[in-house]
Design a protein around this ligand. Structure first.
Ligand SMILES: Cc1cc2nc3c(=O)[nH]c(=O)nc-3n(C[C@H](O)[C@H](O)[C@H](O)COP(=O)(O)O)c2cc1C
Length: 317
């Protein structure tokens, strides 16, 4: 690592962008590709503490596939019960996370309405209890990813951020929207600045960053320790190398596709890899505006090699 950008507890994090945890998207293969293209830090997709406690296959899928090159990595867990989080984290320690991240931002009804994810924003005492228990139990850092509040009228982000720091939290990532906003509307970057100005621990800024110019704007406006990219990572994984999509040559696109697909074939049975890879391929090929027929034809290939050859043709290589 050339330059240390910030530290999570005593863990140095190099220069670069942070990959937002995204369920169903940021699996080991995608995280590896983004690391290789300059990302400084990744998290697992969120892990339901109850899946861990009940040995669900979802937990195995989200944690067992971890490559050495992915470190440092945070294991993100969610639940509404501090003891469940603690017990699940104990079961996850053998997978060697560098830190645990508590999800205090998920807006999905099934999570938030039972008091987990963004639901925790409504219960500051519970947030404090979670950080007390987790920091007592583990020597690795405990961090959080939060939203600004439940809705416009209850934006308690400063209270929650202070509680997290006071109760031992080592870093906060801020998705600068409320739970009620979901993924719509403008993210409020001024709130990230307010949090950054009032805490000592690192603050990661997140929300609405899709282009290189916006990365610089967020850094300038918020003074955040690093910028976190979510949805824009799929159509433009090269954002992590500080390049916009139109700057990427077709041969570089193909090289990325080939390598990403190769990693997915290592991690999943071939049939599953072919299906799971479609959502990435759709995004990588977005500038080619394929119509329905062309997509049907592309995804009719049942074997990796013919699929890659068809991609080559689309890319005119
Ligand atoms: C499909 C999808 C899955 C997500 N899964 C998670 C998750 O598991 N944990 C989490 O903290 N946030 C999750 N998020 C939220 C992102 O991490 C991020 O905060 C949000 O997308 C805003 O950033 P963006 O504007 O750069 O996309 C998810 C978002 C999307 C679109």
């Amino acid at each position: 690592m050339d330059t240390v950008q910030f530290r999570i507890g005593n863990i140095p994090v190099g220069e670069g962008l942070v990959v937002a945890p995204m369920d169903g998207i940021t699996d080991s293969a995608f995280r590896c590709m983004l690391h290789r293209h300059g990302a400084a830090l990744c998290y697992t997709e969120f892990i339901n503490a109850r899946d861990v406690l009940h040995d669900s296959i979802f937990f195995e899928r989200k944690t067992a596939q971890l490559r050495e090159e992915e470190h440092p990595i945070g294991f993100q867990i969610y639940d509404n019960d501090p003891m469940n989080l603690l017990q699940a984290a104990k079961k996850l320690i053998p997978f060697q996370p560098d830190f645990f991240d508590i999800n205090i931002g998920c807006s999905v009804a099934g999570v938030a309405n039972r008091g987990a994810g963004a639901g925790l924003l409504l219960d500051p005492d519970k947030v404090a209890e979670i950080f007390d228990r987790m920091t007592d139990a583990f020597s690795i850092p405990i961090t959080a990813k939060i939203r600004l509040g439940w809705d416009d009228r209850s934006q308690n982000y400063l209270q929650i951020a202070h509680l997290i720091e006071e109760h031992g939290g080592a870093m906060i990532a801020v998705h600068a929207r409320t739970k009620a906003q979901g993924f719509e509307g403008k993210a409020n970057w001024s709130a990230i600045r307010e949090i950054k100005d009032s805490l000592r621990i690192p603050v990661i800024g997140n929300g609405n960053v899709t282009r290189v110019s916006e990365i610089h704007k967020m850094e300038e406006l918020t003074h955040c320790d690093a910028v976190m990219i979510g949805r824009a990572a799929m159509p433009n994984p090269w954002l992590f190398t500080l390049r916009d999509r139109e700057e990427i040559s077709n041969s570089e696109v193909f090289d990325f596709i080939q390598k990403h697909f190769g990693l997915m074939l290592e991690d999943y049975p071939p049939d599953a890899a072919m299906i799971l890879f479609r959502k990435y391929l759709n995004q990588y090929l977005k500038p080619f505006a394929l119509d329905r027929e062309q997509k049907i034809q592309l995804f009719s290939h049942a074997q990796p090699l013919p699929l890659l050859n068809a991609v080559k043709t689309i890319l005119r290589l």
